[in-house]
Write a protein that binds this ligand. Structure first.
Ligand code: PAF
Length: 282
């Protein structure tokens, strides 16, 4: 595996691969890699000639400086894992390489319809930052396929909207959530959970599973209320738990009227913000 910190270095080598007709799969990450990321890498390796992974903690998508500062940075370990899983190129740039003209320029794309609920109101500017960085990384890597995780449901929905609206050539592949043995969705933030809180963090999975089991038996409103009650244990503070249409991300009134339904939640577990979701129908 080769590692590049500059755009020019990566581009030079990718141009050679493209000239040979090789297909390129791309996995954007912010590092602190875990088995969830590796599932994306493995699929990219399987489906493309060349796999590129980026590790870049993008400052423009953090609405709290403290969260940016605390974000785990483990580049050496990340590189080892990527190598072991067959990744060909690691792109690990700094902010100047990604944003040579400064980070002010945003992508001209209306994402307001998809940011009305869930993460949107709770993290102002977050998705604008995600769109900005993913757009820029796609400009650099020019992949045939882009790999993202279902764990960030709203994020991949917004990126799908970007690819479609801007008629970009890259195809999006979404991989299912990878969970720990007890059900907790894998996340780079999990390492920051205190042991006593970590043990009880399975409550998110339990609440989502309860909702899935009852989606056709009780109303979405009743299930949201019950789910919120379930995750409101000591030290845990829910930000939201919503049952939404999987295409529009709008809250639903009756499960019978929708063919694709997902429950999404964000909960503060002590000082760590966890998100999770489960496809209920579709
Ligand atoms: O999901 C993430 O890790 C980030 O939001 C992404 C897609 C790498 C953009 O910085």
């Amino acid at each position: 595996m080769k590692t590049y910190k500059t755009v020019a270095g990566l581009r030079r080598n990718l141009a050679k691969e493209m000239a040979k007709g090789k297909t390129i799969g791309f996995v954007p990450t912010m590092g602190a890699l875990h088995q969830g990321h590796m599932s994306l890498i493995k699929l990219a390796v399987q489906e493309n000639d060349i796999t590129v992974c980026s590790v870049f903690v993008n400052p423009t998508q953090f609405n709290e400086k403290e969260d940016l500062d605390k974000y785990p940075r483990t580049l050496e370990r990340d590189a080892e894992m990527l190598k072991e899983n067959g990744c060909h190129y690691l792109f690990a740039p700094g902010p100047k390489a990604v944003y040579p003209d400064g980070a002010e320029k945003s992508v001209d794309l209306d994402i307001s319809a998809l940011t009305q609920h869930m993460e949107g109101p709770n993290r102002p500017g977050h998705f604008e930052g995600v769109v900005q960085v993913v757009h820029r990384l796609l400009e650099i890597v020019e992949p045939d396929q882009l790999y993202m995780g279902q764990k960030d449901f709203q994020q991949f929905s917004i990126i799908a909207h970007m690819l479609k609206t801007l008629q970009m050539k890259t195809k999006l592949r979404v991989c299912p959530i990878i969970r720990e043995a007890d059900g907790l969705a894998m996340s780079s933030r999990n390492v920051r959970l205190k042991p006593s809180i970590r043990k009880r963090s399975t409550i998110l999975y339990e609440a989502l599973t309860y909702i899935k089991d009852n989606i056709h038996k009780k109303s979405p409103k009743t299930l949201e209320k019950k789910g919120l009650e379930m995750v409101s244990i000591a030290d845990f503070k829910p930000e939201y738990l919503k049952i939404v249409d999987g295409y529009t991300l709008e809250p639903i009134k009756d499960s019978k009227d929708h063919s694709y339904i997902v429950a999404c939640t964000a909960v503060w577990a002590g000082e760590v913000r966890l998100i999770d979701n489960m496809i209920l129908v579709g």
